[in-house]
Design a protein around this ligand. Structure first.
Ligand code: NAD
Length: 369
């Protein structure tokens, strides 16, 4: 049986609660003999700051570098709102993304039929929605230098963020999008702002070149990112794979999140380059949502985004796509039976807590077995 090294970083707020449920699914996978895991657990975010004075320790980074995959919960909360910028909880996640070279963030937005009425859009617009947003994750304005706030001495300050992209960064993210599209409906929509940004001009040029050179058989369309945002809420089913930069991807994927009903439903994967020798790639899997301080510790959090993130790890890191399919099927069945966590509440449904939701998913997995 294959054995994988997995590092769990539950983090803050509801992170540990939803991670606890993913661990029960991991235990089920082992019990059923699909794989075995060497699991380590460590601190990240606010809890790491409390313990070590920084959002992730060097020892934890070493464990992350040695793991086959990292499963991440969520970080942050009001307790750490005033800690210095460099050691704020999110710095732990940014460091992981940077040092593991996780340049491709993959966020599926799937609308389960049972949840079509929980979306802020009309049922007919979202029912059966199945799109993926591929967001560039290690470049662009979140990392570009200079990144400063300068006191101008006249009662004014000047803040600077810098958007930078090199050709190779655009090429590799475009390839991830085209490869994914080939396994789906064979269409990529590239979004940028070439009308006002130089990085947008280069993005458009490089994505077109990669398409011409390597992926002529995949349909490619270009869309300005603002128009793309509009189309995402007007007619989201027109898309298959959307590829975009770090900043636009951050926003557009949150818009896509609401199409599916709740942030509590959305998993994500962040992938690095494939190592030429080992054929493995570094990877981190996390729910799209944050630490939800408003419901933390109450047993109300929806565990499906976290369990779905484990599902993506099975698919992309462990070659266990069939087990990932089973998890998705179990989630769909449980939702169709009317079970809902508080974030998804609707008429004619039964509201359950975190534990009951994953109890039901595990029972369904057992039944499928
Ligand atoms: P959030 O995602 O934590 O919460 C937004 C809303 O969605 C809240 O009402 C919350 O209760 C609800 N929600 C989120 N996940 C849910 C789940 N699984 N089940 C049920 N309801 C859920 O975003 P926020 O409130 O803007 O941020 C809270 C904290 O999280 C901040 O400190 C922020 O910096 C941090 N944050 C962290 C990450 C991350 O760790 N990747 C991402 C976003 C925000």
């Amino acid at each position: 049986m294959a054995r994988f090294k997995l590092l769990l970083l539950p983090g803050d707020g509801i992170g540990p609660e939803v991670m606890g449920e993913a661990m029960r699914v991991l235990a089920w996978i082992e019990k059923r003999g699909f794989a075995s895991f060497a699991i380590e657990e460590d601190l990240v975010g606010g809890c790491a700051y409390d313990a070590h004075g920084k959002a992730i320790s060097e020892a934890t980074m070493q464990k992350a570098l040695a793991a086959d995959a990292v499963l991440f919960g969520a970080v942050g909360g009001p307790k750490w709102d005033k800690v210095p910028y460099e050691v704020r909880p999110e710095a732990g996640l940014l460091r992981l993304r940077k040092d593991l070279g996780l340049f491709a963030n993959i966020r599926p937005a799937i609308c389960y039929p049972a949840l079509a009425d929980a979306s802020s859009l009309k049922r007919e617009l979202v029912e059966g929605l199945d799109i993926v947003i591929v967001r560039e994750l290690t470049g662009g304005v979140y990392f570009g230098e200079p990144k400063t706030i300068t006191d101008l001495g006249n009662g004014q300050k000047r803040a600077i963020d810098t958007q930078v992209y090199d050709t190779y960064e655009i090429e590799r993210i475009a390839r991830v999008a085209f490869e994914l599209a080939k396994k789906r409906r064979n269409k990529v929509t590239s979004m940028e702002k070439r009308n006002v940004m130089k990085t947008g001009v280069l993005w458009h040029e490089v994505v077109s070149q990669v398409h011409q050179r390597e992926y002529k058989d995949v349909e490619l369309e270009h869309m300005l990112a603002d128009a793309g945002g509009m189309q995402l809420v007007r007619a989201p089913k027109q898309f298959d794979v959307i590829v975009t930069d770090n900043l636009f991807g951050d926003m557009l994927s949150d818009v896509a999140a609401m199409l599916t009903g709740s942030l509590g439903m959305l998993p994500s994967a962040s992938l690095g380059e494939v190592d030429a020798k080992t054929k493995k790639r570094r990877a981190l899997y996390e729910p799209v949502h944050g630490s939800a301080p408003d419901i933390a510790g109450k047993g109300l959090a929806n565990p499906i985004a976290m369990i779905g993130s484990l599902g993506m790890a099975l698919r992309y890191s462990f070659g266990l796509g069939d087990v990932a399919d089973k998890i998705e099927q179990a989630v769909a069945t449980v939702l169709a039976a009317g079970l809902r966590t508080a974030d998804l509440r609707g008429s004619g449904t039964k509201t359950v807590g975190t534990r009951e939701m994953s109890d039901a998913i595990l029972a369904e997995l057992e039944r499928l077995q």
